[in-house]
Write a protein that binds this ligand. Structure first.
Ligand code: NDP
Length: 282
């Protein structure tokens, strides 16, 4: 890689940031496209995010991806937000415009829908209810994306019912809240089921829900991508359900991010999925 006086800089900000896959994906695309550009990880201490972002209004950086724990602050730091970011209540993309203003966007939902389109061909969010497990940032973004895609009913199932109810209130009439003990009722007639809890991360096991209560045609997705086939997905596959993995979502959110930062579609010649699998040791 050679850097010139005109190198276009973008990056990802989070804490911790060392293990982010975004620099691997974006720099592989930059190299393949032969761009005079670079994508840098920024590890910013909590409490310093707003000052960091405000300092970039000068235009030295084209844009940022934002990851935990700063997605909410990113939305608040921007002058304008897309309806996707406003609906999700969080931004994973900030674009620094030439006039010094900041636009917030959220491509996580696009990534989620792209993952379903790629790995579950024929899945149509418009044709029936979907269920989302969890009520954190990932769940709210997913719910907003399904609402925007025309899903007739989004059911949020969460251990803490009040947090599911908050999302339902924020997103309106097509979103309904359920407690974890009501999961079987929520699964009835569902077209899709997304695990957006961090349960598997904490204890290494699958979240305990009655997957057998989902219809046979229900497509089951897990946002977690390490391991690629999580215990939750393995359980769904054991019941014969079609499944979608979190790595497809990660790549799916990176593509529109790259377009926002570098003004072009990433080159299709790079097999970023294989690259990510090798880098993550999956
Ligand atoms: P949050 O911490 O904001 O939310 C976590 C949710 O998981 C909460 O609703 C919490 O419930 C629930 N939860 C945690 N532990 C348990 C448990 N033992 N039993 C039941 N529920 C539990 O996380 P995020 O929304 O930011 O992320 C969720 C997951 O999605 C993470 O694993 C993250 O890595 C992944 N993710 C993947 C992306 C991708 O591109 N593939 C993008 C975004 C996220 P409660 O409210 O009751 O505490």
């Amino acid at each position: 890689m050679s850097l010139s006086g005109k190198t276009r800089v973008a990056g990802v900000v989070g804490q911790p940031i060392a293990h982010s896959m975004s620099p691997v994906l974006h720099n592989a695309w930059i190299a393949a496209a032969g761009l005079d550009a670079v994508y840098v990880p920024f590890g910013i201490a909590e409490g310093r995010f707003a000052a960091f972002v405000q300092g970039l209004r000068g235009g030295s950086v084209a844009g940022l991806n934002v990851t935990l724990p700063f997605k909410g602050e990113a939305l608040a730091a921007a002058d304008e937000a897309t309806s996707r970011a406003a609906g999700a209540g969080a931004a994973n993309v900030l674009v620094f415009r030439p006039d010094g203003s900041i636009l917030a966007d959220n491509t996580d939902g696009l990534g989620l829908l792209a993952a379903f389109a790629e790995q579950a061909p024929g899945f149509d969010p418009k044709t029936g209810p979907v269920v989302i497990l969890g009520a954190g940032g990932g769940a709210r973004g997913a719910a907003a994306a399904f609402v925007e895609a025309g899903c007739p009913e989004v059911r949020i199932v969460n251990r803490t019912l009040a947090k599911a109810e908050e999302i339902a209130t924020a997103l309106g009439g097509t979103v309904r809240a359920y407690g974890l003990d009501q999961a079987a009722a929520a699964f009835e007639g569902a077209n899709g089921l997304v695990n957006a809890t961090s349960a598997g991360l904490a204890n290494g096991g699958a979240i305990d829900v009655p997957l057998a209560a989902t219809p046979e045609a229900c497509v089951v997705m897990d946002m977690v991508y390490k391991p690629l086939t999580t215990p939750f997905l393995a359980g769904a596959q054991g019941l014969g359900r079609r499944t979608v993995d979190g790595l497809a979502m990660l790549i799916g959110q990176a593509i529109p991010s790259f377009e926002a930062f570098y003004g072009q579609t990433p080159p299709a010649s790079v097999d970023v999925r294989t690259l990510a699998i090798q880098t993550l040791g999956l």
